[in-house]
Design a protein around this ligand. Structure first.
Ligand code: TMP
Ligand code: ZN
Length: 413
């Protein structure tokens, strides 16, 4: 424990023991709080910093923003803006359908169903389902996709309500949602009630291993409270009477892991788990020293990126951003990059267009605007969608337009 200074020791949200700080980014605005007008005085709400618990091995935010503030208002992130993600979730739905094959009146629940990108494939097969989505605006979009939705946060109380009305679930799914929930205790209490004895809880989130390997620090922001690994999920599952039975890596969101949990009386863990956990141990994700070089690597990337951007500006070329992502709030605020460097950010999400980025006041423009404008350089803020965006912007690149990439290293393509 000698590595941790007393000042930065906070209690682990999972096991209540002392964690140690890995990195701190200072004050940050809410990552997804795009503004309708330029806000002069920055509303910098929380300290963004990450900690590691050497006891239960969970990596987590030290300070969090209340979920009611993050999700109850209109939530600007719409899952179906990416075709790759739409295909990804269609395949995930097919996997769920295989898991319930042959079951009598199966019931599938999704926590945080967003616009129904996953559940619409279950709904179309007339399979009993329910999406739990606290953000009203996206819940309504899911309903338009013929998905049944309960507009609530998931916890023990909601689980009891669901069981009473619909019975227990064969599969409970969650994509990019479990890592967003601070009180995992209430989630697992709910899961215990809602999941059938031999049912599956299948969830995926950005994978800690990938974040550390690429030093992709912009994946750290207020909504991502936990940064899971096989090691921490094994411990978490055990604590609540579940068992990790499989892990499957996913090539989305810069590298995600899909975890499969079952109640502990069911014992059929796959050998895949050992393979991944061994990899994690090799990176020393179970020890404090596995996290020590992260801050230096991040600061080095930031330094080189800022130099690259300054150099381009000095040559009188214009730079715009691509993708007003939540990730970009961490990147732009940490690097202190505003409209003096990035003219605007292009994004196809209707709820983001003509708004301004939190803390940095860069305006967000439509793709039509970008195509007509044809700037010399584009900073790819939605770097996790590189393949899809490069495909879409083939013409822009053919005409000489350049993309600036920064993970795992800085490249101009
Ligand atoms: P994400 O990285 O959290 O998925 O956010 C991606 C953002 O990028 C989201 O605001 C939608 C936007 N986007 C585009 O504007 N065009 C695209 O082609 C894709 C794939 C995403
Ligand atoms: Zn802990």
């Amino acid at each position: 424990m000698g590595y941790f200074s007393k000042k930065t020791m906070v209690d682990c949200k999972i096991c209540n023991r002392k964690t140690g700080q890995i990195i701190s980014f200072g004050k940050m605005p809410i990552a997804n709080s795009f503004k309708s007008k330029i806000v002069e005085e920055k509303v910098l709400l929380s300290n963004l910093s990450l900690a590691f618990c050497p006891f239960c091995l969970m990596v987590q935010l030290e300070e969090t923003v209340a979920s009611e503030i993050l999700y109850s208002r209109d939530y600007p992130f719409i899952s179906s803006t990416s075709n790759v993600m739409a295909n990804h979730f269609e395949k995930m739905a097919q996997e769920i359908i295989r898991k319930i094959y042959g079951k009598k009146k199966p019931f599938v629940v999704e926590l945080g169903c967003n616009d129904g990108i996953l559940l619409k494939h279950i709904a179309v097969k007339k399979i009993n389902h329910l999406g739990i989505e606290p953000a009203g605006n996206v819940a309504r979009l899911a309903e338009k996709n013929n998905v049944k939705v309960l507009c609530e946060f998931f916890n023990k109380k909601t689980a009891m309500q669901i069981v009473k009305k619909h019975g227990k679930a064969d599969v409970i799914a969650g994509a990019n949602v479990i890592s967003h929930i601070e009180n995992l205790n209430s989630v697992f209490e709910g899961l215990k009630i809602l999941l059938k004895k031999n049912g599956y809880f299948i969830f995926e989130d950005p994978y800690l291993y990938d974040i550390l390997e690429k030093s992709s620090f912009d994946q750290i922001y207020d909504e991502h409270i936990y940064y899971f690994s096989g090691l921490s999920i094994m411990n978490l599952a055990l604590k609540y009477g579940f068992q990790l039975v499989n892990m499957k890596h996913q090539n989305v969101h810069g590298g995600s892991m899909r975890y499969y949990l079952q109640k502990s009386e069911i014992r059929n863990p796959k050998s895949e788990i050992k393979r991944w956990v061994d990899k994690e141990k090799k990176m020393r994700l179970d020890k404090i020293d596995g996290y020590l070089g992260f801050k230096n690597r991040v600061d080095k990337t930031c330094f080189v990126l800022k130099q690259t951007l300054f150099k381009i500006k000095k040559s009188n070329k214009r730079i715009v951003g691509y993708g007003a992502t939540s990730k970009s709030t961490t990147l732009l605020n940490y690097l202190k990059i505003g409209p003096e460097i990035i003219d605007y950010i292009v994004d196809i999400t209707p709820t983001k267009i003509d708004k301004y980025t939190p803390g940095t006041n860069i305006s967000i423009k439509s793709r039509d605007f970008f195509i007509a404008d044809n700037p010399a350089y584009v900073l790819l803020l939605a770097w996790n969608h590189k393949k899809e965006i490069f495909q879409k912007e083939k013409k822009y690149r053919q005409k000489g337009g350049k993309f600036i990439l920064y993970f795992p290293k800085i490249l101009i393509e």
